[in-house]
Every structure is written in structure tokens, then in C-alpha cells.
Design a protein around this ligand. Structure first.
Ligand code: SAM
Length: 244
């Protein structure tokens, strides 16, 4: 059926491509891709060949309208190099414009590093905030961290090996020394989750930037402790009054 198909692909283990994703890709009239070499490998793995066209949200003006027009009569699939399109990856503007044009939009969900990291970290998952990548410049990074310091949710951040230690130090500085996990190479041979406080983790990685792809997960702020024993006694007395 004509329309736009958002297809999640593996983040390191080809076995994670869902049968439905393989089926949709094999029927697509065209696949919009980040990097055709990366997607060609995936297509080769499932034994299919389909036409590909490069797409980024910042592609030349003509590219997106061209793809949107094709959706009237063709099945257009969107993939990124790894994981779920639109999650720190291109696609938001394509979905927006496909909807505006009244085309069918279908999602084929699958791997996403942010969600996979949450399942590994051992930190609360009832409320979480996806931050994506922090800015790389120190000042902008500190500002971005200050903005989220008060939020009562687990934080999920994408990061690269060379920047990991600096980001962990900046997070410790701006958020306090919270519990955290550094998850790495998820679904690959050397998958790991290293837990500790932000300061411990910053020290661990300071002289040894790890290889591979990384997600940082940070615990929510702790309950603020009472300012003094007197305050605590008063709060307890009030609570007991309300109970009686
Ligand atoms: N759209 C992708 C998704 O659904 O997760 C994310 C794309 S983003 C450009 C790439 C970042 O995702 C990496 O820098 C890393 O932080 C994270 N990532 C992707 N694959 C990963 C993996 N196998 N293990 C850990 N982190 C990964």
C-alpha cells in the first residue's frame, strides 16, 4: 500500500531485525536512507535489493517534497543507520509533511538504544527523560545540564567514547553525585553496563576512553533530606496530628 513506513533496524545484532521490518523493506518501492553503504549491508543480509535514496531532515529543499509526492502511489520506507528513525536521527520532518499531505504513515517498531539502555541500567524506569546528545562545547553543555537538574526523572543520554569522561564530570557537577550507568555496545559482543556514581564513573573513564557506542543513564534526584532534626521532628509531629 502506498505511504510512508518508518522501519527500525538493529543497533548491532542483525538478528534483531523483525520479520515485519524485513517484509516491509522487501516490498518498498524506495528506501530513504542515511548512508546507502550501511543499509546495503542490511539488505544483503536479508537477501533483497531495493532502490535507495539519501535522506536527511536538512537535505536540499527539493528532496523532501519529491519523496512526499512519491508516497501518493509508492511505498516509501525510512531507515536510519541503526535503531529507530527520528530518535536522534532523521525523519521528523518527513513524517510531519507526510501527515500534512494526508498520506498513510505506518511504524514498524524495533531496537532503540535509549530503551535498551534503560532495561540494562537497574535505575527507575517509571519516569524518564530522553536528552539525546549533550552539546559538545563546555559552556553550552553546563547550561543544558542546569536546565534539567530539577527534573524528577531518570535521564537518558547518548554519548561517544572520547567525550564520555568530560560529560560524566559535567553531569556530576551540575546534578550532584547521583547513581548512574554507562551502557556500551548494546546487543554486540562486548555489551556491558558499568554502574557507580557519576564521580566514580568519571574517574574510571578519565584516562581510558572506551570504544564503541554509549548510552548514559542517570538516576533521578534523591528526596531532599530535612534541613535539620528540628524540621524533621516538626514534620513528623504534623503528620501524626493529621493521622489522629
Ligand atoms: N536512532 C538510534 C536509536 O534508535 O537508538 C540512535 C542514533 S544516534 C545517531 C547514535 C547513538 O545511539 C550512539 O552515539 C550511541 O549513543 C547510541 N547507540 C546506538 N547504538 C548503540 C549500541 N549498540 N550501544 C550503545 N549505544 C548505542
Amino acid at each position: 500500500e502506498p505511504g510512508l513506513y518508518i522501519v527500525a533496524t538493529p543497533i548491532g545484532n542483525l538478528g534483531d531485525l523483525t520479520p515485519r521490518a524485513a517484509d516491509v523493506l522487501s516490498r518498498a518501492d524506495v528506501i530513504a536512507v542515511e548512508d546507502s553503504r550501511v543499509t546495503a549491508k542490511l539488505l544483503h543480509h536479508i537477501g533483497i535489493k531495493r532502490p535507495m535514496t539519501p535522506y536527511h531532515d536538512h537535505s536540499a529543499e527539493g528532496v523532501r517534497p519529491g519523496l512526499i509526492a512519491r508516497m501518493a502511489t509508492e511505498a516509501v520506507a525510512l531507515v536510519s543507520d541503526a535503531g529507530t528513525p527520528l530518535i536522534s536521527d532523521p525523519g521528523f520532518k518527513l513524517v510531519r509533511d507526510a501527515r500534512a499531505a494526508g498520506h498513510l504513515v505506518v511504524t514498524i517498531p524495533g531496537p532503540c538504544a535509549a530503551v535498551a539502555a534503560l532495561t540494562l541500567a537497574g535505575l527507575p524506569t517509571d519516569r524518564f527523560l530522553f536528552i539525546g546528545f549533550l552539546p559538545s562545547k563546555a559552556h553550552a553543555r553546563a547550561e543544558a545540564i542546569a536546565e534539567i537538574a530539577a527534573i524528577r526523572a531518570t535521564l537518558v543520554l547518548y554519548e561517544s567514547g572520547p567525550r564520555l569522561a568530560a560529560s560524566l564530570s559535567a553531569l556530576a557537577e551540575g546534578l550532584g553525585d547521583r547513581d548512574a550507568a554507562v551502557t556500551r555496545e548494546i546487543t554486540k559482543k562486548f555489551e556491558e553496563a558499568v554502574t557507580g556514581t557519576l564521580t566514580q564513573l568519571a574517574t574510571r573513564y578519565a584516562d581510558a576512553p572506551p570504544r564503541g557506542e554509549i548510552v548514559i543513564v542517570v538516576a533521578p534526584p534523591g528526596e531532599a533530606p530535612p534541613a535539620s532534626q528540628d524540621d524533621a521532628d516538626t514534620a513528623l509531629a504534623e503528620a501524626l496530628t493529621r493521622l489522629s
